[in-house]
Design a protein. Structure first.
Length: 341
């Protein structure tokens, strides 16, 4: 039988000590981490990038099918993705939790085990945070700190006419993973004796439960000597993110239906559920891929990047954002994206 230690037996400071002992400092910029009134970070004259995400149980995740270790990893990855979208390098995170008494010490250990794996994967330090009791479900707030030189930072509002539109990885998988998990949850609730049927859904489920921040793309672009002209991460759907770039940059865009990258498993899962694979790719969200634009002259440098698709080009603002269908018809690109309220 698994042991269960109540949080009340170790208290807030006992929990802090427990966390601190498991997260040694690795970044030279981290002067002081957990254990004082504030963390101390030396930015060495670089620009400091800061981003915060709040994940709420019942809104952003469902513990009926989300393992705590995966949740810990994902919580870090979605924050690191924001730093990647600025073309920066993540360095430190703080983690704040709202916890109800249904969570044991062992459960929190499991959550932090996932956080630690992510810290190791992205080479970042956990340097602080806060914990509070919660009358409701679990709340996770993570703040990530990153750095970049002035000439490396990439914004959403700097795309230019004739730039090439690029996207990493493939799209729509996370939504199809979520749909698969939700379907199995409903089946289980109707009949607890039923075993989940997720055969041939491993990729889409993984994309939902354990997404990756595309720091590999950031490093590869740096190695190739290319600074994108604009960039954003795909958290709310490709169409929504492209519209953000267009609105912020004062430009239009054309993307091509047959250039949108969709994995075979995503396509099959969507078809099986009578869902449009293209709708999943355009409006799904939570893929955490990088959508970016580059100058025409940089195409030769990046054309052989193995996990980047060239999906369109930037046009004048008056033309708006459009998608060229396989039939040759241009349709206006619209998207509600993910609505948070």
């Amino acid at each position: 039988m698994e042991t269960r230690t109540e949080l009340s037996t170790i208290g807030e400071f006992g929990l802090i000590k427990r966390i601190e002992s498991n997260f040694p400092i690795t970044q030279k910029e981290t002067i002081k981490g957990i254990g004082d009134d504030a963390a101390v970070v030396d930015t060495e004259g670089k620009k400091l990038l800061i981003s915060t995400d709040l994940l709420m149980e019942g809104v952003h995740f469902d513990l009926a099918y989300t393992p705590l270790r995966h949740l810990g990893y994902k919580s870090v990855a979605v924050n690191v993705s924001d730093i990647a979208a600025m073309n920066g390098i993540p360095k430190q995170i703080t983690v704040s939790l709202g916890l109800s008494n249904r969570f044991s010490v062992e459960a929190i250990d499991e959550l932090y085990a996932g956080i630690k794996v992510a810290c190791q994967e992205y080479n970042i330090d956990l340097i602080g945070g806060d914990t509070s009791s919660s009358r409701g479900g679990l709340a996770i707030s993570i703040t990530v700190l990153g750095t970049a030189n002035d000439d490396q930072i990439v914004y959403r509002n700097t795309a230019k006419v004739s730039d090439i539109i690029c996207v990493s990885g493939d799209l729509g998988a996370a939504l199809m993973g979520l749909q698969s998990l939700e379907r199995e949850k409903q089946v289980f609730m109707a009949n607890p004796n039923m075993q989940p049927e997720l055969k041939d859904k491993d990729y889409v489920v993984q994309r939902q439960l354990k997404p990756e921040a595309r720091m590999d793309i950031v490093h590869e672009l740096r190695d190739l000597g290319v600074v994108p002209t604009s960039m954003i991460d795909v958290s709310d759907g490709l169409a929504s993110e492209l519209l953000h770039i267009c609105k912020n940059s004062g430009v239009g865009a054309v993307i091509f239906e047959d250039k949108i990258p969709i994995d075979d498993q995503t396509y099959l899962t969507a078809t099986e559920m009578n869902f449009s694979p293209m709708t999943a790719a355009l409006n799904g969200g939570e893929d955490y891929e990088l959508l970016f634009t580059v100058k025409q002259e940089d195409y030769e440098k990046i054309k052989n990047m193995s996990d980047v698709s060239f999906i369109g080009y930037i046009t004048k603002e008056v033309e708006g954002a459009q998608m060229m269908m396989k039939s040759g018809t241009l349709v206006k690109l619209t998207s509600p994206g993910y609505e948070h309220f």
